[in-house]
Write a protein that binds this ligand. Structure first.
Ligand code: RI2
Length: 294
């Protein structure tokens, strides 16, 4: 199995997961190929395989397309590798910037509900704690892969009092635990501010709206989809039903993501600052320029 096969498999199997981490894994793989002297033809083949690994996080194709763009520009041997190294540093720095900005949004004494496992959200909560804010966390388990267990362990290890709940307990526990804010990550942000995130996010957003609790998304611009300006949407990944269970004679559906309408999102925290969800178009235009991806 080639290096690219291995990385694509690790993304598809969710051994490597999280919208940023899968993008970083793919760019690192392409950088290794460049360092081994791979030409543009081999890079394009690798890019196609990596992008196909998971369909719902635009961060993956955005990062891979940008890496290919740098490779095509290659002015002299070694430049691409340096530029890819800089891109990886930028990806890592963006989470630091979002954590800094996001921590300011969190108030001392807040109880925050999270969904699934987002490194972006975890960093925001840890930063707020580091700044001395006494916060509590309520984590959903995020069936069927239970990524919420990772979030709960990470936040508890950061000395944030943490409660784990089952996904279907959200509406009840928003009230019971007097949750002040909901903060979730994102896999894709569309031009109209609608957000693709772990399945169940849309129901949590509607529950929060009903109870007057702010629903906040934390996503760097890598997760914004310029192609959606041209109407190109991402596919909602359906995973193996066996991840849920097997019942003879029963069809089982296992969508891994859903779409939360912008109207249910109070604002989006990005590394460029906080924007209303409906401002996604202007941020994309600034960040990606008028040159829309084909
Ligand atoms: P960060 C995850 O998907 C969750 O939907 C999470 O909110 C999103 O990626 C963003 O994660 P999965 O990989 O980039 O668990 O914030 O299917 O870490």
């Amino acid at each position: 199995m080639t290096r690219v096969d291995k990385v694509a498999k690790s993304i598809k199997s969710m051994k490597v997961r999280g919208a940023r981490d899968i993008a970083i894994a793919a760019v690192k793989c392409l950088k290794e190929l460049v360092d081994d002297g791979a030409g543009i033809k081999e890079l394009k083949k690798a890019a196609k395989m990596l992008k196909a690994a998971r369909p719902s996080a635009i961060s993956l194709p955005n990062a891979v397309n940008y890496a290919l763009y740098l490779a095509k520009k290659d002015a002299y041997p070694g430049k691409t590798s340096k530029e890819l190294g800089r891109f990886l540093d930028e990806l890592n720095r963006s989470i630091e910037k979002i954590a800094e900005i996001g921590a300011r949004v969190i108030e001392d004494g807040d109880t925050i509900l999270t969904h699934c496992q987002s490194d972006t959200v975890v960093q925001i909560l840890k930063k707020a704690r580091k700044k001395g804010k006494k916060i509590k966390a309520v984590c959903t388990e995020a069936r069927p892969r239970h990524q919420g267990y990772i979030t709960a362990s990470m936040l508890s290890a950061a000395k944030i009092p943490t409660t784990l709940i089952i996904d279907s307990a959200v509406f009840h526990m928003l009230r019971e635990l007097e949750v002040d804010k909901v903060i979730v990550g994102a896999d894709t942000v569309f031009v109209d501010g609608d957000v693709v995130n772990k399945i169940g996010s849309s129901q949590i957003a509607m529950s929060a709206k009903k109870l007057g609790i702010p629903f906040i998304v934390a996503a760097e611009t890598l997760k914004f989809s310029p192609e959606s300006i041209m109407g190109k949407m991402v596919k909602i990944e359906e995973r193996d039903p066996a991840e849920i269970t097997k019942i003879r004679g029963v069809k089982i559906r296992n969508p891994a993501f859903d779409i939360t309408d912008a109207e249910y999102i109070d604002f989006i925290i990005t590394e460029e600052g906080i924007i209303p969800a409906q401002e996604a178009y202007h941020l994309m235009r600034e960040k990606y320029g008028w040159e829309l991806k084909k």
